[in-house]
Design a protein around this ligand. Structure first.
Ligand SMILES: Cc1cc2nc3c(=O)[nH]c(=O)nc-3n(C[C@H](O)[C@H](O)[C@H](O)COP(=O)(O)O)c2cc1C
Length: 193
């Protein structure tokens, strides 16, 4: 038996679940794991089991716009799936009719927040003629802490002030209500010079 796990992930949570799924499957079969952007366009009959996973975005599978939003949220850190999402992969892939499939997603655990990427993926897989061997499943992600450290917030305040004043340190220091010398010292401390 051979399995293929295809995942989309922006910040790494869905990748973590996909890795765990692949690890679990590997106890009974040969497993390949592929990110959606580099997954094959054809899944031929050498593969018996396909598991797909993606993050829930805007109540369903991600779209280019929601992935752009995620990339903005990730700021400098970047995202894992920066080419295609699971929606696009499922729209283009050719699957063989005997394939056994299952879908999962990651999402936030908020009451009254409907929608799941896994259910959307499962509907598509059903339409492609596959057999669902396990129902769509959601894994709730741990909420990221809204707290940032005091040095981080100080560095951010300095960046904002410099941006607002076009880099003029005198004016930035005034906005921050600190002396020019203190501003310069802190800029060096936070590698902002
Ligand atoms: C643009 C955007 C839209 C989102 N919409 C939803 C949503 O409708 N429901 C939900 O439960 N989570 C939503 N989330 C949270 C994601 O599900 C969460 O970021 C994802 O599970 C993290 O997985 P990843 O690290 O693999 O990207 C959204 C996240 C982003 C960035």
């Amino acid at each position: 038996m051979r399995a293929l796990v295809v995942f989309e992930s922006m910040f790494g949570d869905t990748k973590e679940v996909a890795d765990a799924v692949a690890f679990g499957l590997a106890s009974g079969m040969k497993v390949q794991i592929k990110e959606a952007g580099i997954a094959p366009d054809v899944v031929d009959d050498s593969v018996d089991v396909l598991v797909v996973g993606g993050p829930t975005h805007a109540f369903g599978l991600s779209r280019p716009g929601t992935r752009e939003d995620a990339a903005k949220q990730a700021a400098g850190a970047g995202v894992i799936s920066d080419r295609l999402g699971l929606r696009e992969w499922l729209a283009g892939v050719t699957l063989h009719p005997g394939l056994q499939v299952a879908a999962f997603d990651t999402r936030v655990n908020k009451p009254r927040l409907p929608g799941s990427a896994a259910h959307a993926a499962e509907r598509r897989l059903r339409r492609l003629g596959c057999t669902i061997f396990a129902p769509a499943e959601s894994f709730y992600i741990r909420p990221k802490s809204p707290v940032i450290s005091l040095p981080q917030s100080e560095a951010q305040a300095i960046r904002n002030a410099l941006e607002a004043t076009g880099g003029e340190r005198g004016k930035a220091a005034q906005l921050l209500k600190i002396g020019r010398t203190t501003l310069y010292r802190k800029m060096k401390e936070y590698n902002l010079v």
